[in-house]
Unconditional design. Structure first.
Lengths: 246, 374
């Protein structure tokens, strides 16, 4: 039984003391969609994504991820999702192959599965000859793709990407997005936060967060039409500052 | 189970790929044993003595000769000017001054209570106390010999010592402080390896973000804890075996009691320090903070363990605190098993105390770890 939506949030709220980081947001993410989560720094994107991944309990409200409740079924949620943050979280001091082996093992894959996955991932990344290298010696763009690969070892149905392309060159970013498209084509739901407005244009649908609330949600084309603006960047600036960047 | 194995494997890979770490783990114990075993000594030898002999008689020279020939003392000068003695002590050229007054021999022969004066630089109270003991031993022996030579002297001296103490020092007959200190070094090493490596290992993962990555995997927090503990506990035991080996090779001191018992007690002890390591990791955000907190605990644990300062010498309020210090019990247990071959039945209070402390600290650590990580 497949749940209706890959991610479904209802009045999801998180307070830190008197500060409301996420102010009762509701939205649905369809299966196999690339869902962009936009917002200025401090808009509450990371808090929202951390709640959805089971890293942070919500103050109130509810959400299901892959059909599991993020409050009561955290363990199942974690098994169903992949997560990659800007810090991409590989161990620098062990080799490329050892990182893959480790995360495969942590996700409970069998030795045979790990070996097979590792081989194909390394081949995809063009790192087969570098698998004995210490991870710290890889260029940033490669590290990010490797981190994404390790987050996908257990074939999650949803992958959460928290500013995955921060700080890399345009070529690496384009390569990274090519992988994201391939994933979505194969049916994986992609939930991605980004600062880059050109990346927002690649998404099927985007939501724009401002001061903890979702102020706009729709496909890039629909949003541009609604506000009569030419780019997602213009829509974003208009919504956040109330002015038009022209 | 499988997840834990992968965690342990990863942890060992990280440790052994780090050249510095491997060096630290294997070379530090050798240096510590060698240096501390020889240097942290409460044996007082080569105490510098200055002599002032105003009597210049065969008897006074005999007394001086006994100091010259003692391995505990080194006579640095025979000073004729009495007033110069203070200056010599002030300058630190000698820490003892023995003054033999005029008529020492005459008083002795006349049975008129002969006296000598001893000036002591007591800046280091412990050492001067011990040195004082040696002095009185020499003087007593001197008296006894004098009586042997001239039984007539026995009468006036009979009052001064009717009973004579002849101590036999068991388990450490030479009163070698090495024998006493080495179990202490073992405890310190275990503390270092477990508290510091555990806390810094976890905090490092916090810093680089891998801990967060692990928390989004279906791994359970108990698996994470076990996966972190096993490598460091294992390293702790390896260190202990290394230390035991070095101690035997360098100082020829072997274990008298049961090795399994020693390891079981060490296991109990390690649970506390691993727990402390985990606890620190939940408080510290950076490795630097972890290091500071670790030092704070370690200094207290060592100073209040009886390793450097005997617990009986501490004020009662501080003594009360030492009851919560696991190192206090572990030192006793180590020394008892290592040097005396004591069995479990005589170590029950210490073992129980360690068990209670371990359980408390470890439970607190696990609860805090789970709540901070969710």
């Amino acid at each position: 039984m497949t749940p209706e939506f890959a991610v479904s949030a209802r009045e999801l709220r998180r307070n830190f003391g008197a500060f409301t980081a996420v102010d009762g947001i509701s939205f649905d993410v369809r299966h196999g969609e690339i869902f962009g989560f936009l917002g200025a720094n401090g808009a509450g994107k990371t808090t929202a994504i951390r709640m959805l991944c089971g890293l942070l309990p919500p103050t109130s409200g509810s959400a299901t991820v892959a059909g599991y409740d993020i409050g009561r079924q955290v363990h199942q949620v974690k098994g169903a999702i992949g997560y990659m943050s800007q810090r991409f979280s590989l161990y620098d001091d062990i080799s490329v192959g050892e990182n893959i082996e480790f995360y495969g093992g942590v996700y409970g894959l069998s030795r045979a599965a790990i070996a097979a996955k590792s081989k194909s991932l390394l081949a995809d990344l063009g790192l087969s000859d570098q698998r004995h290298l210490l991870t710290k010696s890889l260029p940033l763009g490669w590290k990010q793709r490797l981190a994404l690969g390790t987050a996908l070892l257990h074939e999650p149905s949803i992958i959460f990407l928290d500013e995955p392309t921060g700080g890399v060159d345009p070529i690496s970013r384009r390569r990274f997005w090519r992988i994201i498209y391939e994933l979505a084509e194969k049916g994986t739901t992609v939930f991605v936060t980004t600062h880059y407005m050109d990346e927002a244009e690649y998404c099927n649908r985007i939501s724009i967060m401002h001061q903890g609330a979702i102020v706009a949600l729709g496909s890039p084309t629909a949003l541009k039409q609604e506000y009569g603006l030419g780019t997602v960047q213009d829509v974003f600036v208009h919504l956040i500052t109330g002015t038009t960047d022209r | 189970m499988q997840q834990i194995l992968y965690l342990v494997q990863k942890e060992f890979r990280q440790i052994f790929r780090d050249r510095f770490m491997v060096g630290f783990l294997f070379i530090v114990p050798i240096i510590q044993i060698f240096v501390l075993g020889n240097a942290v000594t409460t044996n007082v030898v080569n105490v510098k003595v200055v002599m002032h002999d105003a009597d210049r008689t065969p008897m006074s020279r005999d007394l001086i000769g006994r100091f010259t020939h003692s391995r505990y003392f080194r006579v640095v000068a025979v000073e004729d000017d009495y007033t110069a003695l203070t200056r010599i002590l002030d300058r630190g050229d000698a820490s003892l001054a023995l003054v033999i007054p005029r008529h020492f021999q005459r008083d002795a022969v006349n049975r008129d209570r002969p006296a000598v004066q001893l000036l002591v630089d007591a800046l280091d109270g412990n050492s001067s106390g011990i040195a004082l003991g040696y002095v009185s031993e020499i003087v007593q022996r001197y008296q006894a010999d004098a009586v042997l030579r001239d039984p007539a002297l026995a009468a006036p001296m009979a009052g001064t010592h009717r009973a004579e103490l002849e101590p036999r020092y068991w388990y450490n007959p030479e009163l070698e402080s090495k024998v006493y200190i080495i179990p202490g070094i073992m405890a310190i090493l275990l503390v270092i390896v477990t508290i510091f490596l555990t806390s810094m290992g976890i905090v490092r993962e916090k810093e680089i973000g891998t801990l967060e990555q692990l928390m989004v995997t279906p791994i359970r927090s108990y698996q994470l804890i076990v996966g972190k503990i096993i490598p460091f506990a294992a390293l702790g035991f390896v260190e202990m075996i290394l230390v035991m080996g070095f101690v035997y090779l360098i100082f020829g001191i072997g274990i008298t009691g049961s090795i399994p018992l020693l390891f079981a007690e060490a296991m109990l002890f390690i649970f506390t320090t691993l727990g402390l390591g985990i606890l620190i990791s939940t408080i510290a955000e950076t490795q630097q903070q972890a290091l500071f907190i670790g030092w704070f605990f370690m200094i207290f644990a060592m100073l209040l363990s009886g390793f450097f300062i005997p617990i009986a010498n501490m004020p009662p309020s501080i003594q009360a605190i030492t009851y919560a210090n696991p190192v206090r019990y572990f030192l006793i247990v180590l020394r008892e098993i290592y040097l005396k071959g004591t069995g479990l039945s005589d170590l029950i209070p210490e073992t129980l105390s360690m068990a209670v402390i371990s359980l408390t600290v470890f439970t607190a650590a696990v609860l805090r770890f789970r709540s901070t990580l969710r």
